[in-house]
Design a protein around this ligand. Structure first.
Ligand code: NAP
Length: 287
């Protein structure tokens, strides 16, 4: 088994460290070709948006690769870098598994209702339209494609705990407006289990058990830090950036039943366990 991670950012790095700990050979790309701190993997530069730096990976990058994870999002023009550059070479590599990290944004707004993998996509934002296009390109290719639709990713170094420590969190109160999330290690676990038992053409929602209002998450994180949560502020889209306001235009509950049936249980079924694990990991790293 040899895994190529195209776009080794936050999730890709967590996966790479996990795979390396299992003794799996790992090859990665980043835009600058610089290997993330502490990782012992061969690293190549791939930056679709910097044509002068755009290098189509040399043959040695692909040699012996059996599994490929694509973690690169479509660019601001809506072009998916991997679909645009690599589908033919990936098809000729005779992979056992190809995974694409997509987003639950492809479901659009369900006004808080549950959605699952059989729910038709209904993208509303331009970004989500681009995601549907990328998913379609990979599913229609000859690759052994697995699509993983992700909600908000959190984990060590990227959670409400860090945000609260900055003192800049606004606790927006919009009763009934829920969002979903997933701990990065549950993405890693799901990807690993899928790599062991390929089911080409599969789509999986990778979300935890408990969609919740952001305010509840903030209160829990503040409790764990032993600080008072910021005051609740009534929802007012006119007081937000366009990006933040667009975030509040959609609400859905994303079912994870399929991954739990086919790919195993979650390490962190809700944000409560996930946030506690982050604090424990932080404490262990300073001990
Ligand atoms: N974060 C979330 O809450 C969330 C939610 C749903 C879906 N997703 C999607 O899930 C995937 C993983 O998320 P993440 O937060 O782990 O991603 P991330 O940390 O932003 O990593 C993305 C990776 O893609 C590379 N990349 C970005 N644009 C590129 C381009 N134009 N050409 C070549 N490489 C490019 C980055 O290169 P560098 O390493 O050089 O930066 C990085 O390695 C992404 O596709 C993300 O959009 C994220």
């Amino acid at each position: 088994m040899k895994v190529l991670i195209l776009g080794c950012g936050y999730t890709g790095s967590r996966l790479a460290h996990f795979l390396l700990a299992q003794g799996v050979a790992v090859v990665i790309t980043t835009r600058r070709g610089v290997v993330p701190d502490g990782m012992r993997a061969a690293c190549y530069a791939f930056d679709y948006d910097s044509p002068e730096k755009l290098t189509l990976l040399p043959p040695e990058a692909w040699a012996g690769v059996t599994h490929v994870l694509d973690s690169i999002p479509p660019n601001s023009q809506g072009v998916d870098p991997v679909a645009a550059c690599f589908i033919p070479v990936l098809e000729s590599a005779k992979l056992r598994w190809f995974g694409y990290l997509s987003t639950t944004g492809v479901y659009g707004d369900s006004q808080g209702a549950w959605v699952n993998e059989l729910t038709p996509v209904n993208p509303q934002s331009e970004r989500s339209h681009h995601r549907v296009n990328a998913e379609t390109a990979f599913l229609q290719s000859k690759l052994p494609t697995h699509i993983f639709r992700l909600p908000g990713i959190y984990g060590p170094g990227r959670s409400m705990l860090e945000r609260l420590r900055t003192g800049k969190v606004r606790r927006i109160d919009k009763p009934g407006h829920v969002f979903c999330r997933i701990h990065v290690d549950d993405i890693v676990r799901t990807l690993w289990n899928s790599m062991q038992q390929p089911q080409p053409g599969s789509i999986y929602n990778v979300s935890d058990d408990e969609p919740t209002e952001p305010s509840n998450l903030i209160v829990e994180a503040a409790h764990l830090l032993g600080i008072a949560p910021p005051p609740a502020i009534p929802f007012d889209p006119t007081s937000m950036s366009a990006m933040s306001a667009s975030f509040w235009e959609e609400s859905r509950r994303v079912s994870n039943q399929k991954i739990k049936t086919e790919l195993g249980s979650l390490l962190y079924p809700t944000y409560r366990e996930g946030l506690r694990a982050i604090l424990q990991e932080e404490a262990a790293s300073v001990a």
